[in-house]
Each structure stands twice: as structure tokens, then as C-alpha cells.
Write a protein that binds this ligand. Structure first.
Ligand code: HPA
Ligand code: ZN
Length: 330
């Protein structure tokens, strides 16, 4: 039995496995510029975040109907459940779909086909976090928030993703203020490729409660002290960091140093179809390559539930935390 955990950094579009991409392409009559799944997998060699994002956006062309989004989420939830995920807070990128003529309602209702019954079908509780694309304009983000208003009972919060450098958090001050006014929780990617100052800005200007990645905080001692003091969770994605070359090799990942510093770290999968593994695979990789002890792994699992947006159901959080404490490593 795998260690129970929450997944807090997962882009649903990044769970599109090559086999499903081809199946959806056939179903929807969409052409893909790859002969087969092997040739597509060959393209999974990334230089940096942008080179990944190019393929990530390209493959989204196969996602067209509610059924497609439901199938995508069901496939993810089945894999996540098999790797011990008990609760998943799932990002989606509506602007990338709306730009292709796929409406907000198609995306949210489609995902909901799977999420709405995920506890029964997969034993996984879920929440949705709507991300703004930071390389699009602030006006576009505000229009996206407006388009989401009919679906806010299905969306717990907002996030910020896509190409980081050159798109500082401050660009999205107004839309984050508006989101807070609507009662939405706030997170943002910061410090993946961007500088530590973006993490500070995400906290001070956007009022985020969690930082996605946040890896580069380690370059700023005062920031690390603050993140420790304020117990700000960081949603780290070790295999993603290797594939997108944020670190040279997994053995060089700062996770052990971050835990030693007292940071509230969690381990997540980001875009598992592209980066070589789901949540449990990321745990296994840091265990074997970084030599994390069982107590460190338990701490990471505990942190994932402590950092999750379960304030509406503290009983559930307590239940998950009890599962973590009772877990016996094999
Ligand atoms: N970083 C930024 N944006 C993203 C990512 C990521 O790893 N995955 C999908 N959108
Ligand atoms: Zn991400």
C-alpha cells in the first residue's frame, strides 16, 4: 500500500498521456504532427519551461468536448489513486481552451464529470484551481475570472502558471484582488525559473497562501526565514525540475536542504505525463535518489494534507492525517 498523500500541484492538461492524446485525436478528427506514441514520446526532451509549454499547448488541440475533459480527469484520478493520492487539488488552464474555441463551461462541466463522482469511483476527494496564463495579459485574466463566475461553486481558488520570467506576479494584482473578493483561495507559481523576488511579490502583492515550486527561495536567506516563520507551503515537483532543467540532476535537488531549513515542503507531479511520473513516482524518486528517511517521507505526506484547502472539512483532513501517522513503510 502506498503512502497516503495529497497532490497539490497538478495540471490536468499535463496528465494527457500519448495513448489518450491519439485516442482523442482520432475521436475528434484532429491531426497530430506525430506518427505514433513512440514518436510523440521522442519529443519529450525539454531544454527549459518554454520548450515544454510549446508541446503542452500543442497537444491540447485534441481536447474538445466535455467527454474529453471527463476522460482525461478519470484517467488521472485512477493513476493517482493507485499511487496513494487521497486528495487532489487540480489546476486547469481555461485560457488555453477558450483561445481554441472551447468554452469555460465545456472545460469545467467536463472535468466535473470525473471530479463530481471521484470519491465514489476512485476514493479521491478533489478541488479545482483555475490558473491564469501569466504570458497573457492582465485583461485576459480578468475576462477569464468573469467567465468563471457561473462555475465558482466548483472552483476553490486561482493560480498563475505558464512562462514565468518577464511576467512578474504584480502584473496580476487586480485580478487576484477580485478573486479574493469572490472568496477564492490564492496560489501562484513562483521561483521555478523566476527569481526569489517573484516569490516575495506573490506573497505581498497577490496574497498567495501557497507557493507553487518556490525552489529558488533557497537563494535568499531572509526569504527562507520568512517562509519558515509564516509556514508558507511550497509545492515542489522534483521530477519536473529535472526534466525542465531547474536542477541538473535529481541528486542535486535542494529538497533535503529545504526540509532541514524547516520549510513546509510538499512533493507533487506537475505534469506527470510529460515528466516521467505521478505523485507516488516522485515520492519513490526522492526516497531512492535523495535518501530521504521514512520520517521525512511521512513529514512530506503530512505536509500535503496540512497545506491542502480542506478548511471546509476539517474532519476529513484529520482522517487523512491519521492515515499518514498510522502508515507502515514496507
Ligand atoms: N510551470 C509553469 N506553467 C506550467 C507548468 C509548469 O511546470 N506546467 C503547466 N503549466
Ligand atoms: Zn506547475
Amino acid at each position: 500500500m502506498p503512502l497516503p498523500k495529497a497532490e497539490l500541484h497538478l495540471h490536468i492538461e499535463g496528465t494527457l498521456e500519448p495513448e489518450l492524446a491519439f485516442a482523442l485525436a482520432a475521436r475528434n478528427g484532429v491531426g497530430l504532427p506525430y506518427a505514433d506514441t513512440d514518436e510523440l514520446r521522442e519529443a519529450y526532451r525539454f531544454e527549459d519551461l518554454q520548450s515544454f509549454l510549446n508541446l503542452y499547448y500543442e497537444l491540447m488541440a485534441v481536447l474538445r468536448t466535455e467527454r474529453d475533459f471527463g476522460d482525461l480527469a478519470d484517467a488521472y484520478l485512477a493513476r493517482a489513486a493507485a499511487q496513494g493520492v487521497r486528495h487532489a487539488e487540480i489546476f486547469f488552464d481555461p485560457q488555453a481552451h477558450i483561445a481554441r474555441g472551447v468554452a469555460m463551461g465545456t472545460v469545467v462541466e467536463g472535468l466535473w464529470r470525473a471530479l463530481g463522482r471521484s470519491e465514489q469511483t476512485h476514493g479521491v476527494s478533489t478541488q479545482l484551481i483555475m490558473c491564469f496564463l501569466r504570458d497573457e495579459s492582465a485583461e485576459s485574466a480578468m475576462e477569464t475570472l468573469e467567465a468563471a463566475k457561473p462555475y465558482l461553486d466548483r472552483i476553490v481558488g486561482v493560480g498563475l502558471d505558464s512562462a514565468e520570467v518577464g511576467h512578474p506576479p504584480v502584473k496580476f494584482r487586480e485580478v487576484y484582488e477580485a478573486a479574493a473578493g469572490l472568496g477564492l483561495r490564492r496560489v501562484a507559481h513562483a521561483g521555478e525559473e523566476g527569481p526569489p523576488s517573484y516569490i516575495v511579490e506573490a506573497l505581498d502583492v497577490l496574497g498567495v497562501e501557497r507557493v507553487d515550486h518556490g525552489l529558488r527561495c533557497m537563494e535568499d536567506e531572509a526569504l527562507v526565514e520568512r517562509l519558515v516563520r509564516e509556514r508558507v507551503p511550497l509545492t515542489l515537483c522534483p521530477l519536473s525540475n529535472v526534466r525542465l532543467r531547474a536542477v541538473d540532476a535529481l541528486a542535486d535537488h535542494p529538497l533535503p536542504a529545504m526540509l532541514d531549513a524547516g520549510l513546509l515542503c510538499t512533493v507533487n507531479s506537475d505534469d506527470p505525463a510529460y515528466f516521467g511520473g505521478y505523485a507516488g513516482d516522485n515520492f519513490d524518486a526522492v526516497r531512492s535518489t535523495l535518501g530521504l528517511s521514512e520520517e521525512r517521507l511521512r513529514e512530506l505526506a503530512r505536509n500535503s494534507f496540512l497545506a491542502s484547502f480542506l478548511e471546509h472539512d476539517e474532519e476529513r483532513r484529520a482522517r487523512y492525517l491519521a492515515e499518514v501517522e498510522a502508515y507502515e513503510f514496507g
